[in-house]
Design a protein around this ligand. Structure first.
Ligand SMILES: [Zn+2]
Length: 212
């Protein structure tokens, strides 16, 4: 099968994504991640933004991963002026780019980990090594937490290679920030000097979408 590039927003041939769909992306609501030195978000997880994420997450499209990685590296949408952009990478030098691994079940079902794909694309754009610093720790019960909360709040362990590094932690979607907070905490406990968070899409607070 020939590899053809199509815009994940409107299916236009030859663009990924096309300028019109980039312009249609809604600005993300602000978010904080406890422990993180900074949080960079590109767009809201709605309409066109949701299509971009689905292209990455369910179809593993390399072209959109590359564009998202470039945008995360820039700290704003590639090929679009963004007045709210802080220019993360102009101000922050990171030693490593890493990701919070998805569950083994998701990885098996999709054949890849979209967070890893994204982190590798971002690292390439930054010319920084992607490092697998985090592992998912099996769901141990948290006293006082509801079953739903236990199942939905992941826990991570971090490699000693995080020690002394300024890490960029990349993910596709930020909802409550619980996953990225858990990953940030693990990196800091392993000795990371600082953890900066960069996620493509910000999902609203209600966050009951089934693909969280
Ligand atoms: Zn388009």
């Amino acid at each position: 099968m020939l590899f053809e590039v199509r815009c994940p927003g409107c299916n236009a041939l030859g663009w990924c994504p096309c300028p019109r769909c980039i312009d249609e992306l809604a600005d993300p609501a602000p978010a904080t991640v406890s422990g993180a030195a900074s949080v960079t978000l590109l767009f809201a997880h709605a309409d066109t933004g949701r299509e971009f994420i689905h292209a990455l997450k369910y179809r593993g499209e390399r072209a959109i991963a590359g564009w998202l990685g470039n945008s995360l590296a820039l700290g704003h949408l590639a090929a679009r002026r963004c007045s709210t952009a802080s220019g993360l990478m102009g101000a922050v030098a990171v030693d490593a780019v890493t990701w919070a691994p998805t569950t083994a079940a998701h990885r098996r079902a999709r054949g890849f980990d979209q967070a890893e794909t994204l982190a590798r694309a971002t690292a390439k754009a930054l010319r920084v090594r992607p490092l697998r610093l985090l592992t998912r720790v099996g769901g141990r019960a948290q006293s006082g937490a509801s079953r739903t909360a236990r199942l939905s709040t992941p826990r991570f362990g971090a490699s000693a290679r995080a020690d002394g590094r300024t890490v960029l932690l990349v993910d596709d979607v930020l909802t409550t920030g619980a996953t990225l907070h858990a990953a940030t905490s693990a990196l800091l406990e392993a000795g990371a000097a600082a953890v900066h968070v960069a996620a493509c899409a910000r999902r609203g607070h209600s966050g009951h979408s089934p693909d969280a």
